[in-house]
Write a protein that binds this ligand. Structure first.
Ligand code: BG6
Length: 356
């Protein structure tokens, strides 16, 4: 798993390769018909596990750039809720293995109901890749550890590229904004490398958290989507209970669980919401929480309200998930390592669940 965490800058370079042209975004043999896109009433994302969390990042990025409603569903829920999907729905299915049974079944159902099914997968010629109307491969290389890292990181980059491609076709972003975003994407591998340099700080943090029986991750907007993935990583490999919560929602019940010493990660890469995050941090601190903030803005007044800070590099506001997820992959890894867990093959888990 550590090898795959460290491979992410190169995996992101590979997933970007050949898709960032001077003329804009291009995917080989993906023909998204502009007329179909112009008639879209909504976009439906369907996936499981970390791929679902990648879809949550995609929701914020696609809605921000396309101004089209985006729904994200867990595949096992989508397929049994009689979903309203038709020819005016673009269904994006995300799967590292391309073999997850619930995701495959959901994709087949969406296709049967007339929706264009676009697959974002890592394994070439996998079942989901073969049934989809369009396929975007992530080229992350083989991913062996059960808990995905580079698979997730390359999925969210493909969602960024897809958002910019459709924004070009629908003219929902200016050429200047698209060019600016493309320049930021070119710098993403280096930004991830810089985030990986915090590993020693994260290792120290993990040593003081490995005895906790519950850890909270709170955030807003894309930070909440990353909080979901950070929480799952910790649960999957260290077996410590954890919960990700929208920071603004904590006060409506779950804050009852915060007590003296409870570890709370406050994800604050979405800088325009940091004032709101500051009040959420004060809420949990007042109840005794030990707050660790993940910050891209090192001048933020949040620094003096928390016990520890994880620094991440600034990136385009659309792409913060790519740098912010890194410390939480490392945190889960070092916590599990200090507990002597089997990190690559965690108990009860499979790399791909090909049964219901
Ligand atoms: C789980 C894996 O079994 O399935 C997760 O342990 C993964 O890492 C999830 O995110 C979905 O798998 P896939 O292959 O469809 O992305």
């Amino acid at each position: 798993m550590l090898k795959e965490i460290m491979e992410q800058p190169d995996a992101v370079r590979r997933t970007l390769e050949g898709r960032l042209k001077d003329s804009g975004i291009s995917f080989d043999n993906l023909n998204l018909d502009t007329k179909m896109l112009k008639n879209l009433s909504r976009i439906q994302i369907v996936a499981c596990g970390s791929a679902y969390h990648a879809g949550m990042v995609g929701k914020y990025v696609l809605e921000e750039t396309l101004r089209i409603p985006v729904d994200v569903d867990i595949a096992s829920e989508f397929r049994y809720r009689n979903p309203v999907v038709n020819q005016n729905t673009l269904t994006i299915v995300i799967s590292q293995s391309g073999e997850t049974a619930d995701t495959l079944a959901a994709a087949l159902q969406a296709k049967k109901q007339g929706s264009y099914v676009l697959a974002i997968v890592n394994v070439v010629a996998s079942s989901i890749a073969k049934m989809a109307d369009g396929v975007i491969y992530t080229y992350a290389g083989p991913e062996i550890a059960v808990a995905t890292t580079k698979g997730y990181s390359t999925q969210i980059v493909q969602l960024y590229l897809l958002a910019l491609l459709i924004a070009e076709k629908l003219e929902t972003l200016s050429h200047e904004r698209i060019s600016e975003a493309i320049e930021s994407l070119k710098l993403l591998p280096e930004a991830i490398e810089s985030a990986l340099k915090e590993a020693e700080n994260i290792k120290k943090l993990a040593s003081v958290t490995n005895s906790d029986n519950s850890v909270f991750f709170i955030g807003r907007n894309i930070d909440y989507a990353v909080a979901l993935e950070g929480s799952l990583k910790l649960k999957e490999i260290s077996y410590i209970h954890s919960e990700a919560y929208p920071a603004g929602e904590l006060k409506h019940g779950t804050i009852a669980l915060i007590e003296e010493g409870t570890a709370v990660f406050a994800l604050c890469a979405c800088e325009r919401l940091n004032e709101k995050m500051l009040s959420n941090i004060k809420e949990v601190s007042a109840r005794g929480a030990r707050v660790i903030a993940c910050l891209s803005d090192q001048s933020s007044s949040i620094k003096k309200e928390v016990q520890a800070v994880i620094k991440i590099p600034k990136t385009d506001p659309l792409f913060t998930a790519s740098t912010e997820v890194i410390p939480f992959q490392l945190f889960a890894y070092y916590t599990a390592l200090s507990k002597g867990c089997d990190i690559d093959k965690p108990r009860n888990l499979a790399k791909s669940v090909t049964v219901e």
